[in-house]
Design a protein around this ligand. Structure first.
Ligand SMILES: Nc1ncnc2c1ncn2[C@@H]1O[C@H](COP(=O)(O)OP(=O)(O)OP(=O)(O)O)[C@@H](O)[C@H]1O
Length: 226
């Protein structure tokens, strides 16, 4: 299972059009704690994950700095979503430690928006909880959803619903974005919007973990292949 510890790539183009990053090495607990005092957003330190009695990855260690990005790649069923859930704190690892910022935003398969509400209200509900009501309009604009604000979520197309879920993440203002297959259902233009949103988030000091098997261009991302 040590193959999961050697998954770092330091250079060269990835299948996602990103370049491998330089800081994707296993490291010890003391190192993790030391980096955690700086501008670190997400740290896995010797993390082992199992589901349904099957070990998915062992002793996985990495650090995503503020402004950084990690692409998690691999075939169906290898454990990408499970890694995202461990990162989010929704799934307990069998071993190891995860350090994450207090505020993170997760976009998974479900949009997690009230299906009956018009889009702007559905997003506004969550933004208000985050104290970010004034961020909704910009988030809708970033995902080209401004013309759909009155449309109930249940009537949105697959791609529109995916964009709405991403708008929710954008509006959250969270330091860490955990994006599980964020480009699923998106057309080429929407994928460019996603890429631009990720770049803007990172430029503002945010960090992102992207689990995907659809090409998403995230420049200078670290790459983890499960
Ligand atoms: N709740 C669960 N209980 C038991 N096993 C699970 C559970 N959820 C997922 N698994 C198993 O864990 C393994 C990894 O699943 P996961 O969803 O993390 O893979 P993935 O890499 O994200 O796949 P995909 O690319 O298809 O989304 C799979 O074999 C899956 O059957």
């Amino acid at each position: 299972m040590d193959r999961h510890r050697r998954a770092a790539r330091r250079s060269g183009p990835s299948c996602c059009g990103a370049r491998g990053g330089a800081s994707f090495r296993p490291f010890g607990r003391r190192h993790a704690r030391a980096r955690g005092r700086g501008r670190v957003s997400l740290t896995f330190d010797g993390v082992t994950c199992a589901r349904g009695g099957r070990v998915l990855f062992t002793e996985l260690s990495f650090m995503v700095p503020a402004g950084g990005a990690l692409m998690v790649l691999g075939p169906n069923g290898v454990g990408k979503s499970s890694l995202v859930r461990v990162a989010a704190g929704l799934l307990a690892p069998v071993a190891g430690q995860v350090e994450r910022p207090e505020r993170l935003a997760l976009a998974g398969e479900a949009a997690a928006l009230d299906a009956e509400l018009p889009l702007a209200k559905a997003l506004g509900f969550w933004a208000a909880i985050d104290g970010r009501g004034d961020a909704v309009a910009a988030a809708l604009g970033a995902m080209a959803l401004a013309d759909l604000v009155q449309v109930p979520v249940r009537l949105l197309s697959t791609g529109q619903r995916k964009r709405a879920a991403l708008a929710r993440v954008i509006a959250s203002g969270a330091a860490l974005w955990l994006l599980d297959e964020p480009a699923n259902g998106l057309d080429a233009a929407a994928t460019r919007l996603l890429e631009a949103a990720i770049a803007a988030h990172r430029a503002g000091g945010g960090a992102v973990l992207v689990a995907t098997h659809v090409p998403v261009a995230v420049p200078d991302a670290q790459e983890l292949r499960l």
